[in-house]
Design a protein around this ligand. Structure first.
Ligand code: XMP
Length: 319
């Protein structure tokens, strides 16, 4: 039977009401499709009893705080904004292992929400977990590929009950639900963004300086790819972003020798994140991306490469 988003919406709202009752819930929003759809579903089910919380971890996309305010206003979401940049930067100091990063970030997130929940007297925590998040995080017979932070990073002593209305859905289905909820196309059509944010697009230690570099590099990739798609020079890929590698290489800056960082551009086609193929981006678009990254970030980045690997054997993100 084909997926029916309208039916899903009424069922999800009824289920949330039944689970939370007269209680109060907090929901984490990141500006992404999954958390926004979850927040709107919970807002519709619970009204004033649902408080959406945006935590600025310092690893958010460029202009995300402004974007999220606009989106929340349009969708009628009751939003609370928390600047936790310093807290996350210090928690990730010296952390280089990808799984450890996810755990540290997940744990910080939950601690912040527990505090907000106490203040709001909430007993429930909404999350936009999707099916691939928990499938890939391993359970029972499945192997852990990576613990997506809204699953693997949850501390064992967490005292909030989880509300995960979209946990059985895949990305294409959650987009249909977003459309059925009347969200704008730029919200429900938005490319996926990982819960731990730009921290997992920095190979190795996610320092505040590298966060600034990758934020800019990702924004350049988005701008150029979206422009090329608008102009009909390519299809919009499923996902498109940059990662910063721990590899330095020799280059030239002006007349002098430079020794700078490498940025890898990744763009993939996928249906449900479980498998993916590298997108065939026109060479002139890639050239323009490389040119802008190395000009705008000329004091730190002097080389840009394109990742042509499928999933499997690679994953979409590099960490
Ligand atoms: P991978 O890298 O596992 O990514 O092929 C599949 C999809 O999931 C996103 N992703 C994450 N999402 N928490 C999330 O909420 C995470 O820890 C995480 N890691 C990867 C990734 O961007 C892609 O869309």
């Amino acid at each position: 039977m084909p997926f029916n988003p309208e039916k899903f919406v009424s069922q999800a709202i009824a289920d949330i009401k039944a689970q939370v009752g007269e209680g109060k819930a907090v929901i984490a929003v990141s500006g992404g499709v999954d958390s926004t759809v979850t927040a709107v579903l919970m807002g519709r089910a619970l009204g004033e009893n649902c408080v959406a919380v945006f935590v600025d971890t310092g690893y958010m996309r460029k202009n995300e705080p402004e974007t999220i305010r606009g989106v929340a206003k349009k969708a009628g979401i009751n939003l609370r904004f928390i600047d936790a940049k310093a807290e996350f930067y210090s928690a990730l100091e010296g952390v280089t292992d990808p799984e450890r990063k996810r755990k540290v970030i997940g744990e910080r997130f939950i601690r912040i929400f527990e505090k907000v929940a106490r203040e709001e007297k909430a007993k429930f925590l909404g999350q936009g977990t999707l099916a691939p998040d928990w499938i890939e995080s391993g359970s029972g017979l499945r192997a852990t590929i990576k613990s997506h932070h809204n699953v693997g990073g949850l501390p064992k002593d967490m005292d909030l009950k989880l509300v995960e209305p979209v946990r059985e859905l895949y990305k294409d289905e959650v987009r249909q639900v977003g459309k059925a909820l009347g969200l704008p196309a730029e919200v429900y059509g938005r490319q996926p963004f990982p819960g731990p944010g730009l921290a997992i697009r920095i190979m190795g230690e996610a320092t505040p300086e590298k966060a600034e570099i990758i934020r800019e590099a990702c924004a350049i990739v988005e701008e150029e790819v979206e422009k090329a798609a608008r102009e009909g020079r390519m299809e919009l890929p499923w996902q498109y972003f940059a990662v910063i590698l721990p590899v330095k290489s020799v280059g030239v800056l002006g007349d002098a020798r430079a020794y700078g960082c490498t940025v890898a551009v990744r763009a993939v086609e996928s249906v449900d994140c479980m498998t993916a193929k590298a997108s065939r981006i026109p060479p002139e678009v890639l050239e323009r991306v490389a040119d802008r990254i190395t000009r705008q970030l000329k004091h730190c980045v002097n080389r840009v490469v394109y990742d042509v690997t499928s999933k499997p054997p690679a994953t979409i993100e590099w960490e």
